[in-house]
Structures are given as structure tokens and as C-alpha cells.
Design a protein around this ligand. Structure first.
Ligand code: PLP
Length: 487
């Protein structure tokens, strides 16, 4: 930070002294102020050059210069507005002027042009080594030692017997449904409050999605709504072929009652743990409760291979079949024979190398994201209009995203997101529930509330910048903007 006082000039100072001040300040300008310290004009070396060419002497007082309206910004100016002004005026520095007309700071374009993003990839130290190994041994294929090792290492870490590395989390859900024989005319239950990738594979298989409301205590699938849907399905004589339980924003659903119900009705569970790798439910790894679980390594997830996914299960036959289907379903014959339809869903050996490196830092990434959440919650404790996503006693959430809801009687979530955006901070609404999506408009939806929990969370919820590589200063900036919004 520059001490603005060092840039101050008065009219009696000479051009030579002014040039020295501009030189020392390194922001390309000096500030001509009146006796009360209010800014009269800015002076750049270009202004001085023009005066000298017009006949001024270097040792003459700058008083001979005319007046000129300075380009300034107010102290309540947003970063976006300041940047727009600097771009339009082609300047890199602008004085920040308070209500009294005094300059309180100089804004530097390079410094304020810093976007705080929601969730970005965060590489560790060993990813390159594993990728190098793949190059060195020419294993540039959707198979190879990194793929095998990544599967084994992830399965060991999560405490599950088997894993298949795939091209995406969506592919993992799709294969899980195929393995359960889901097809035309079948129903599959799925959490409504989620990303569309949880539900799309149901439609790939020609089956009908049935959506289940969220639990206000953990935002995952609501067991009571699930019970209501299972009872109704039983009455109608078509029980679902599977239930896709989504663990939202890094937190497990309440698995005990959900598993209990699904066992009672004999329906297998697929756990969509795309967002909850590294989380636990009652100290057991999230994603390991259902018959199958899936993880995602998309670029915005807690660890990433740029794109990728994993299907996990304690049932080795299922995972063996998944690997077979994911590599074009080739029968064991040299002459390319196929008895069933296959898919090209395997993860490449190069990306698996990235995954192996990322897995070694998973615990650190979880801790860092939890710290981001704690910083927000602690710093914004006094802002009563914000409520933070709950974490029940049984949960250890990854806090993949830091999410809060805003009291809509005070401010709308869109107002808050817009204010953050004006300060170049990326925030997003909570997922739009599937039962509100145009593409799923005709699908059944079960809730135990008149106003579904998923609808309320969507209307009021805000996802804040949450990456494990966020700078402390960026968190402070986000906090400061939120405090300003609610002050
Ligand atoms: C990201 C995500 C997926 C999809 O994973 P991809 O690897 O991007 O295909 C599925 N479900 C949820 C809840 C997700 O957040």
C-alpha cells in the first residue's frame, strides 16, 4: 500500500519537485491538494511534459497549471465499476476519494482485477511425477499401471473392496444403473436437490426418475419423503429399481434410516458421493454405504483429474462387470466379438496419474475447505440474515462448497450474488432442484412439506467461493462484501 500523503503537492511546488514525487510514488501521478487536504487535480508526467513544451521552466511553481477534473472513484465504488472506469480512461491507477474529498487510497488496476472463483483445481506436488511415469513408459492409454494403482489406492483410502476408474462421475452412475438392470418402464428414485448429472443417466436408460425432497437438517435425501415415495410405489405395484442418494455439497445424507428403508423394501442404493469424497457418516467413508457408490474428479470437485470418476463397491463381480462394459464390452476373443452393448468410459492412464497425486493430498484439501467454511461462519456470526448449512453430529463434511441461506425478508439471494459479482467474487445459487427443471417437469416428486425443503434452499441458498487454494485475503474480501451488503 502506498502512503497517499507522500503524493501530496501544493501549488507552490516546482515542476522539478513534482516530477520527483511522481517518480517516488510509482503510480504515475501526484495529487494536488488544497489547504484542507481535498483533491484539486491529479498531475501525471504527461501533464508536466505538456507544460514544459508550452514554455514552463522546471523550477517554476506548478501554480501556472490550469484546473482539470480528476478521474476518481468513491469509497463505495465496486471493483467492477472501478475497472470499467480505468478501462474506459486507459489508466492503471485511480484515486479513491472519500465524502470529504480526500484521497484515501490509490487503486491499482492489476491489484483489483482479481476474480475470486467458486472452486478451482488445486494440484499437489506429486501429480507431475505420476504423469511423467506414464510418459516415460509410454502408457498413454485408457489402461495401465496408474489406473490400477489409482483404483487400489482410492479403495484402500475409502475402506471399500473394489473400484473402477472411469471417464466421469456421470459415467459411473450410468454404469451402476446398467449393472442393476435398469431399463425402459422402470422407476429410479433420486434426490431432487442435486446437479442434473445425478438424474440424467436414469433417462439414458429409458427409465423414469422420481424425485425425493431434501432433509432440512443435512440437505441430503429426506428419509421421511423417501418413505412416503416407497409406500406409494408399493401401493402402485412398481417399486423402484434403485435409489440414487445424493450427498450434497460435501455432506453425507442420513444413511441409517435411508438404508433401513431401502433394505425393508429390497431396493438397492447407489450413493452419489461426487461432492463428498473425504467426508464420513458416523466415521465411515461417504460413498461406501450403498451397493455401489460413485465419486467425481471433475475440475471443480474436491480433488480432480480434470475430468474423471470412480465406481466403488464391496461386490467384486459388479466392479469387474463395470470395467468390462466401460471398455466397449469386448468378449474374451481376439477377433473383436461383442455380446452386449459396451461403452467407452475408462479413465486414461495419464489422468489416473493426476488422480494418484491428488489422492495423497485429499485430507489436506478437506481440512482447507472446512477452514474456509469456518472462517465465513465465524467472521459473519453477527450477520443474522445469513444461516449456514448445518453439520449434524454424525457428519464430517468436506464442505466442498461453503453454503448459506439468506433471510429473504431482508435481501434476495440474487441481490447478494449480484453484490458479490460487482466485487469480482463468484457466488452461485444452490442447485436448482430436479423437480423444478423443465426437462423433468412431468416426473413425480415426493415431499412431506407443503413448501418443499429443496425449493426453499434453492430460493435462499448461496454457494460462496470455497476452493482449498483460496487466499486468506480473498476470504476477507468476500466477508467484507457480505458485511457491506447487510450493514
Ligand atoms: C459433479 C457431479 C456429478 C457428475 O460428475 P462428473 O464427473 O462431472 O460427471 C454427479 N453428481 C453430483 C452431485 C455432482 O456434483
Amino acid at each position: 500500500m502506498i502512503d497517499v500523503k507522500n503524493l501530496h503537492l501544493n501549488r507552490q511546488m516546482t515542476f522539478r519537485e513534482t516530477l520527483a514525487i511522481i517518480e517516488r510514488g510509482s503510480v504515475g501521478m501526484a495529487l494536488l491538494v488544497d489547504s484542507e487536504g481535498r483533491l484539486s487535480r491529479t498531475i501525471t508526467d504527461g501533464d508536466i511534459r505538456r507544460e514544459l513544451l508550452a514554455g514552463a521552466d522546471l523550477d517554476e511553481a506548478i501554480a501556472r497549471m490550469g484546473s482539470q477534473e480528476p478521474v476518481t472513484i468513491g469509497t463505495d465504488c465496486s471493483r467492477r465499476a472501478a475497472l470499467e472506469l480505468m478501462r474506459s480512461k486507459s489508466v492503471n491507477y485511480v484515486p479513491l476519494v472519500n465524502k470529504a474529498g480526500e484521497v484515501t487510497a490509490i487503486w491499482d488496476r492489476a491489484m483489483i482485477d482479481d476474480q475470486v472463483l467458486l472452486s478451482t483445481p488445486h494440484m499437489g506436488d506429486s501429480e507431475r511425477d505420476f504423469v511423467e511415469q506414464a510418459f516415460a513408459t509410454n502408457w498413454i492409454a485408457p489402461l495401465g499401471p496408474n489406473v490400477d494403482a489409482f483404483e487400489r489406492e482410492l479403495a484402500d483410502k475409502e475402506g471399500i473392496a473394489h473400484a473402477a476408474a472411469l471417464s466421469s462421475g456421470t459415467a459411473a452412475i450410468h454404469l451402476a444403473l446398467i449393472l442393476l438392470g435398469v431399463g425402459r418402464g422402470d422407476r429410479v428414485f433420486c434426490s431432487s436437490l442435486t446437479f442434473a448429472a445425478s438424474a440424467n443417466p436414469i433417462v439414458y436408460q429409458g427409465a423414469e426418475p422420481v424425485f425425493i425432497d431434501a432433509d432440512p437438517g443435512n440437505w441430503g435425501m429426506c428419509a421421511k419423503s423417501l418413505e412416503r415415495a416407497l409406500e406409494a410405489s408399493k401401493r402402485q405395484g412398481i417399486l423402484p429399481k434403485a435409489v440414487i442418494v445424493v450427498n450434497l455439497y460435501g455432506q453425507s445424507s442420513d444413511m441409517d434410516p435411508i438404508m433401513g428403508l431401502c433394505q425393508q423394501y429390497g431396493v438397492p442404493v447407489i450413493e452419489d458421493a461426487a461432492e463428498s469424497l473425504g467426508a464420513t457418516y458416523k466415521r465411515k467413508a461417504s460413498g461406501t454405504f450403498g451397493l455401489m457408490g460413485i465419486y467425481s474428479f471433475n475440475g471443480n470437485k474436491i480433488i480432480t483429474t480434470s475430468g474423471g470418476g470412480m465406481l466403488v463397491s464391496d461386490d467384486g463381480d459388479l466392479i469387474t462387470k463395470a470395467r468390462f462394459l466401460a471398455t466397449q464390452a469386448r468378449d474374451p476373443a481376439a477377433h473383436y466379438q461383442h455380446s452386449v452393448i459396451g461403452y467407452n468410459y475408462r479413465m486414461s492412464n495419464i489422468l489416473a496419474g493426476v488422480g494418484r497425486g491428488q489422492l495423497t493430498v485429499l485430507d489436506d484439501r478437506v481440512k482447507a475447505r472446512r477452514q474456509v467454511f469456518d472462517r465465513y461462519q465465524t467472521s459473519l456470526q453477527s450477520v443474522e440474515q445469513l444461516n449456514w448449512m448445518p453439520e449434524p453430529d454424525w457428519s464430517y463434511s468436506t464442505r466442498w462448497l461453503s453454503v448459506c441461506t439468506v433471510d429473504s425478508r431482508t435481501k434476495s439471494r440474487d441481490d447478494v450474488i449480484a453484490a458479490l459479482s460487482d466485487d469480482l467474487i463468484e457466488a452461485r445459487p444452490v442447485w436448482k432442484p430436479m423437480h423444478l427443471q423443465p426437462v423433468f417437469a412431468s416426473c413425480p416428486f415426493y415431499s412431506i412439506e407443503n413448501e418443499p425443503v429443496a425449493d426453499r434452499l434453492f430460493n435462499d441458498g448461496i454457494c460462496l467461493p470455497s476452493g482449498s487454494n483460496l487466499q486468506s485475503e480473498q476470504i476477507d474480501r468476500t466477508v467484507a462484501t457480505l458485511q457491506k451488503v447487510f450493514s
